[in-house]
Design a protein around this ligand. Structure first.
Ligand code: PMP
Length: 286
């Protein structure tokens, strides 16, 4: 059965959905996006994702789509029309499609492009990797300097995932000036002596919406959180490691560059945070 997607005000079967060849998202990667998970048919951390979307648009001086205030309704409509119980909703905004290709931004007559689509993923919460953990490799972070903006420039991350795959691992942690920035599509954490350590916010990493929620829950549960950079060597000496993102929630990392982290098995802190995050998010879903 074909999916119903949203393109610039219309709900269409995916085969009928169209974006111009002059769209700046296609020509310049001049676009931003958001990914919101769905559990039990409800949107998780929706307000956080929409807040970050507004920030990404603002940082790039990109006009907001006219439907900005209707995004909750559009997300819900796509969940309903596609019967999504568990899965992800992708929202893409670009600076639109001017008449000709030109590096300079188009005038106000060119409206931004807004596309939303769903990906059904049964078993999103029941991910077997929560029990086994994932393996990561470390790679150089070759991305641009504004990783706090969630742009569609995902080629370095895509290349990183392929390097991980070739090495028999699940993902890659990116390293800049000797310190871990983040995973290819997630934030990175280590646990040492009960302390949760993750890189501080800045232009070097995406300000994960799941990160914000997980750190809040950790502090509410009296866990100690230290927001600072760490090295791969420090991660090798850690008791535990894990990642967070809207599509994985909290997932344990059991090996880095082929070397076991802690016992080489998923640790209790990651398991507890995953449980709290899933419980609280389900309760707060909209
Ligand atoms: N960092 C990067 C580079 C990402 O692509 C993502 C996922 N979009 C994250 C972190 C995690 O962010 P969030 O928790 O908002 O999904």
């Amino acid at each position: 059965m074909s999916r119903i997607v949203y393109v610039n005000g219309e709900y269409l079967p995916e085969e009928e959905a169209r974006v111009s060849v002059f769209d700046r998202g296609f020509l310049f990667a001049d676009g931003v996006y958001e990914v919101t998970s769905v559990l039990g048919g409800k949107l998780i951390d929706f307000d956080g994702h929409m807040k970050r979307l507004r920030r990404s648009l603002g940082e790039l001086d990109m006009p907001a789509p006219e439907a900005l205030d209707d995004l909750l309704e559009i997300h819900r409509e796509l969940v309903a029309r596609n019967g999504i119980e568990e899965g992800l909703i992708y929202l893409q905004v670009t600076r639109g499609a001017p008449a000709d290709r030109d590096f300079a931004f188009p005038g106000a007559d060119v409206k931004p492009t807004l596309v939303l689509f769903t990906q059904s993923k049964r078993g999103l919460a029941d991910n077997p990797q929560a029990a086994t953990g994932i393996k990561v490799i470390s790679i150089e972070d070759i991305r641009w300097g504004r990783r706090d903006i969630k742009t569609v420039q995902l080629l370095p991350s895509s290349l990183g995932k392929m390097m991980a795959k070739k090495a028999g691992a699940d993902d890659a942690w990116m390293v800049e000036d000797g310190q871990v920035t983040e995973g290819t599509s997630n934030n990175a954490y280590i646990v040492k002596g009960g302390k949760i350590i993750t890189r501080q916010l800045g232009n070097e990493i995406l300000h994960g919406i799941t990160r914000a929620a997980v750190l809040r829950f950790a502090r509410e549960a009296q866990m100690v959180v230290e927001e600072r950079a760490f090295t791969i060597a420090e991660a090798h000496e850690a008791d535990e490691a894990f990642i967070t993102s809207a599509s994985t929630f909290v997932l344990p990392v059991v090996s880095i560059d082929g070397q076991a982290v802690g016992t080489g098995k998923p640790g209790p802190v990651a398991a507890r945070l995953r449980e709290i995050y899933l419980d609280e998010s389900r309760k707060a879903g909209v």
